[in-house]
Design a protein around this ligand. Structure first.
Ligand code: AMP
Length: 419
């Protein structure tokens, strides 16, 4: 038997309601704030991620699905979508259309990671990107939108963690301070941290090895080394959030793994999720568009992991059930012919109708199927109904049934819906 590959999974019809609920919530919320959807390709030139994410990052160093196509071009399945959206923004000259551009996306991402609960090799994210303004109001409003989205899904007890990772100027000073702190610990740091030390020592904050985490917990915080402009930006973001009444925790050691972040960086943690408790991450990336060959346009965004969101939904969420309004229960060929035409009429008036043409199946087992599908009604065309030109409509919730003429079907259904 051929199975789905390790780290990839099917999202089955019985779970899809949770996904659709989350996706509909994302669209509805983001569109309230002026965001438009963009769909970029699943694969891109590898170079986009080398330049966009940074060659020393964990993603580029060990997590990308990279392959050569038949002409030998190096392609990569997207491990994240900020760099692709920035590429599209540049390629289509979106800056000329509007000075501030707000985009959102929903779709699969791919990372070669060790699969575990809440961590997949094909996973899904919804995210937003705002291009064109470095005003702290963008940071605060986008965070407020994010929290409105999570609240709409009924998610509570979340932990918003905020930091400023400065700009290249303050970061180069801080890098020297950090290297001085790490110097004596270098011999005991893990192999990954040795690589990080060379590429970008700030990434050591992302290390999951307990001993290294302790070393990093004692490291000086970047917040004490921000330049005046970065300090002011962070102060203004915080004061807007305070005005919104949004609570958050400042953690000077939150760095985020990607090279492109500037100033604001944040994560939302969901304590109920266990080891993989980061629901989402984001921040400001004012240098990215320029690094990718575009104009100097600032940006801000976040990406939420849909697997983790779906896992965190409260039991009280009202999910779309996809249940049919009517299941046709037809016995014999003549009945199936009539059922086909009745079903067509019902669908034209907007009702969901299921018709399984199984003439040999007993009415009883077809009724069981209608119950399994959680249908509201069974429309029964048995021998008696066919002979008399009538039909029986049974409400499955309470078993009440009426036998009526075809002409009365719509009014009976409409009346029952009102009752
Ligand atoms: P990142 O792009 O690494 O900042 O990740 C943003 C969010 O995407 C995380 O907080 C997770 O919710 C989700 N995520 C990242 N990697 C994975 C993965 N391998 N499997 C499932 N979700 C992931």
């Amino acid at each position: 038997m051929i199975e789905a590959v390790k780290g990839a999974r099917d999202i089955l019809p019985e779970e899809i309601g949770r996904w659709q609920f989350v996706e509909a919530g994302a669209r509805a919320t983001f569109e309230l704030y002026g965001f438009h959807e963009i769909r970029t390709p699943i694969f891109e030139s590898t170079e986009l991620f080398l330049r966009g994410i940074g060659e020393g990052s964990d993603i580029v160093a060990k997590e990308m699905y990279t392959f050569a196509d038949r002409k030998g071009r190096s392609l990569t399945l997207r491990p994240e979508n900020t760099a692709p959206v920035a590429r599209a923004y540049i390629e289509h000259g979106m800056r000329r259309r509007s000075e501030v551009e707000r985009l959102y996306y929903i779709g699969p991402m791919f990372r070669y990671e060790r699969p575990q609960k809440g961590r997949m090799r094909q996973f899904h994210q919804t995210g937003v990107e705002v291009f064109g303004s470095d005003h702290p109001a963008v940071d605060a409003e986008t965070l407020e939108m994010l929290l409105a989205f999570l609240a709409r899904l009924g998610l509570k007890e979340l932990d918003l963690v905020l930091n400023s990772v400065g700009c290249p100027r303050c970061r180069s000073d801080y890098r020297a301070v950090l290297l001085r702190h790490l110097g004596p610990h270098e011999p005991v740091l893990c192999d990954d941290c040795h690589r990080r030390l060379q590429a970008n020592p700030l990434r050591c904050f992302d290390c999951k090895v307990p001993a290294d985490r302790e070393t990093m917990a004692a490291a000086p915080a970047i917040l004490d080394h921000l330049c005046a402009a970065c300090r002011e930006h962070f102060g203004r973001v915080r004061s807007y959030l305070d005005d919104f009444g949004i609570s958050y925790r400042v953690d000077g050691r939150l760095m985020r793994g990607l090279d492109y972040y500037r100033r604001t960086a944040f994560e939302v943690l969901a304590p109920g999720l266990g080891a993989q408790n980061a629901l989402l991450g984001g921040g400001r990336y004012d240098g990215l568009v320029e690094d990718l060959g575009g104009p100097p346009v600032p940006g801000f965004g976040f990406a939420v992991g849909l697997e983790r969101l779906v896992m965190s939904l409260p039991g009280s969420a009202v999910l779309p059930d996809g249940a049919p309004d009517v299941v046709m229960v037809a016995s014999g060929e003549a009945a199936i012919g009539r059922a086909l035409s009745l079903a067509r009429g019902l669908r034209r008036s907007g009702r969901r109708v299921v018709l399984d043409p199984l003439p040999g199946k007993s009415l009883k087992s077809q009724m069981r199927r209608a119950n399994d599908l959680k249908a509201r009604y069974a429309l029964i065309l048995g021998e008696r109904e066919v002979a008399q030109g009538l039909l029986t409509l049974k409400r499955l919730a309470d078993g009440i049934q009426v036998t009526i003429g075809e002409g009365d079907l719509e009014t009976t259904l409409a009346g029952a819906a009102r009752a």
